[in-house]
Design a protein around this ligand. Structure first.
Ligand code: ADP
Ligand code: MG
Length: 319
């Protein structure tokens, strides 16, 4: 099979077939119909071998994760994911690898109602770049810039599982059989909080997804919104699997600085807070209040209950 034929076979029908795609894969460019009354939201994420994944990673999980991390950015904006493009750089064409990668990509794109509408394929060190496009009602995108003094700070799901998963795949920790599957699932197959993100459009004053760890990511909201925050680390939501697998201190470290959980971090003004738990309960993802926005511009303070909590940031630095 020629390379062109293989790529056609792998990607031509990937994801959900959408009626708003006038021209998909096969032409010089894709053409999509943007719904009236909507803004287009566009995001890009890359994954490079040796930096974001290990050479022996299951290609199916890689295909999944590439879609999920891109869709997670759309979720954080309150957008509905629609269309994906893929820039693929491969050292060689390994048919089995490519088929498994495409399968993971396609089933996850399908799950999020997205169609793969194009891309590019080149030869070089293994690197995957995806561009995801989504729609949001005009002016309704949730940004990082809207947090205000007094707002409450929330996070979805649990924190720290993916960081423990990273340690597990590197054989740096041992985890009981009971919890392995959950931790590996959270690391290899993250879930983008899409429905919840859309539900936050009329509730949250700001939002982002947590990809580099809470302590590393929250400052982005603080900078863009020109506010500060106090986080009570005793409130950080952690899975039973994480709590059972390491010391309380270590679990807290993972929850604070571990990346790749892809949960949503968002702020809610006091007057919209009352209905929050009720409004969000149908989405099946717990939301937890972990702190409050303050007027101390750029200052991120931690406490543990009533006590001050000293935290040394050990998050991942890209450069
Ligand atoms: P061009 O030379 O005009 O850039 P290509 O021959 O690279 O076109 O691609 C042909 C078609 O296949 C285009 O529609 C392109 O979007 C699609 N395509 C190429 N590589 C990929 C890929 N890795 N994933 C999805 N679509 C791809
Ligand atoms: Mg062309």
């Amino acid at each position: 099979m020629g390379e062109f034929e293989l790529i056609q076979r792998c990607f031509a029908e990937a994801g959900r077939k959408r009626t708003d795609v006038a021209i998909g894969i096969g032409d010089d460019g894709a053409v999509v119909q943007v719904r009236d009354g909507c803004d287009l939201v566009i995001t890009t994420d890359s994954m490079v071998e040796g930096i974001h994944f290990f050479p022996d990673v299951d290609p199916r999980s890689l295909g999944h994760k590439l879609v999920a991390v891109n869709v997670s950015d759309l979720a954080a904006m309150g957008a509905e994911p629609c269309w994906l493009s893929l820039a693929l750089t491969l050292p060689k064409v390994d048919e089995d690898w490519l088929l498994a990668f495409a399968e993971g990509l396609s089933e996850t794109a399908d799950y999020y109602n997205c169609q793969l509408i194009g891309g590019d394929t080149t030869r070089g060190p293994l690197s995957l770049t995806m561009i995801a496009k989504g729609l949001v009602p005009k002016g309704k995108a949730i940004t990082r810039a809207g947090a205000q003094n007094g707002d409450y700070l929330y996070v979805t799901g649990t924190l720290g599982d993916a960081a423990l998963g990273l340690q597990l795949v590197q054989n740096k920790v041992e985890i009981s059989k009971k919890h392995r599957a959950h931790i590996l699932q959270r690391f290899h197959y993250p879930t983008a909080r899409v429905a919840l993100g859309q539900a936050l459009r009329n509730i949250a004053s700001s939002a982002m997804d947590v990809s580099d760890g809470l302590a590393g990511d929250l400052p982005h909201i603080l900078r863009r919104s020109k506010v500060g925050a106090v986080v009570d680390v005793s409130k950080l939501p952690m899975s039973q699997a994480l709590k059972d697998s390491c010391s309380a201190e270590q679990a807290l470290q993972y929850a604070l600085s571990g990346g790749e959980d892809y949960e949503l971090l968002f702020t809610v003004p006091e007057n919209r807070r009352g209905s929050l738990e009720v409004l969000l309960s149908p989405y099946g993802v717990p939301v937890t209040c972990i702190g409050r926005i303050t007027g101390a511009v750029g200052k991120l303070e931690f406490k543990q209950g009533e006590l001050p909590f000293v935290y040394q940031h050990q998050g991942f630095e890209h450069f």
